[in-house]
Design a protein. Structure first.
Length: 325
């Protein structure tokens, strides 16, 4: 989708700068005299813009706006990380993101998973195991023609991600092995596979602690059936709550009545994202579309959504931990 958008915009004469790093620490500045935003798009290059849009969330978005005078918007970009949120919305609540592990692994075909799942299975939510939430067969999803291997992806639960969370960009080899082993064993249990179909854990003596999830067993865990695997920690994963502006709190879950974005006309800065409409790809897309439509209108001299709202629990995220599909 981003590539298609870029092509279309360039055909219309819009200048696009891609792969530009804007530091969250002082990368943007508001110039009161010029009434414009100054953006550092490299080590020393500054460019000027009429408006600034924050289209992501998490710690970087929080820090990006924290040093600017747009305090109302920054207050809503402040974030916490947790596997759950309170059931009751409050004014003082923060945007809350969970953390999930994504494990992609390759098996010889036909695999033990294929043998127990329907031939029509592509993806599905997992509801019978505390550590898992979603399973997908990448091979079937993309219609791969290689009949010798199967590629699968399993997503952890938010609780599992929180318990085993590590530094997202620098997961240690021992943590990767431990988490991979625990997720594969959980998948064995969820699908009632033969024990050790996917992973071999060391045998525990009676004098040892039986809680393997709290031990480092990485030097003794084996994956004899796994040809290759990749583990990714999705540190700022799914928004567990949705910010509902004061104008739509009578029916907070109705899309049609939602602004779906934020905008501060004093500082010409706004935000869009799934956390402002619905925890889903569609929610993020629609939020951005509505903000773009607002900016292209003749009615941008007003603030939208920033004052008086609350963070409401996301119903899709509460049900499955992954948001809405």
């Amino acid at each position: 989708i981003p590539l298609a958008m870029a092509d279309e915009l360039q055909q219309k004469g819009v200048e696009i700068h891609q792969d530009v790093w804007v530091s969250p620490n002082g990368g943007v500045e508001w110039d009161t005299h010029k009434q414009k935003w100054k953006v550092k798009s490299g080590k020393s290059t500054w460019e000027w813009f009429d408006a600034l849009i924050v289209a992501h969330n998490g710690k970087c978005a929080d820090r990006l706006i924290s040093r600017t005078p747009a305090k109302g918007l920054h207050a809503l970009l402040r974030v916490r990380f947790a596997p759950t949120v309170p059931a009751t919305p409050t004014i003082r609540a923060r945007m809350t993101l969970n953390s999930l592990y994504s494990l992609t692994f390759c098996l010889d075909a036909p695999s033990c998973l294929t043998k127990v799942l329907p031939s029509t299975f592509v993806s599905g939510f997992i509801k019978n195991h505390v550590n898992l939430r979603f399973l997908s067969c990448n091979t079937r999803k993309h219609g791969a023609s290689d009949d010798n291997v199967e590629v699968w992806t399993v997503l952890s639960s938010a609780k599992f991600g929180s318990i085993h969370k590590g530094p997202q960009e620098f997961l240690s080899p021992s943590l990767v092995t431990n988490v991979t082993g625990l997720l594969l064993r959980s998948l064995e249990e969820s699908l009632v596979l033969e024990k050790e179909s996917l992973v071999l854990f060391p045998k525990q003596g009676h004098e040892q602690n039986q809680d393997e999830e709290n031990q480092d067993l990485s030097d003794r865990i084996c994956f004899p059936k796994v040809l290759e695997s990749r583990l990714q920690l999705w540190g700022a994963a799914v928004p567990l709550n949705t910010y509902i502006s004061s104008s739509r709190q009578n029916d907070p879950y109705l899309w049609d009545s939602a602004d779906g974005f934020l905008y501060d006309d004093k500082y010409q800065v706004g935000a869009c994202g799934d956390w402002l409409l619905d925890s889903s790809i569609a929610g993020g897309w629609e939020s951005g579309r509505r903000l773009a439509e607002f900016l292209s209108s003749d009615n941008t001299n007003r603030t939208v959504g920033i004052q008086g709202g609350k963070f409401y629990p996301s119903k899709p995220a509460e049900r499955g931990g992954l948001g809405s599909l």
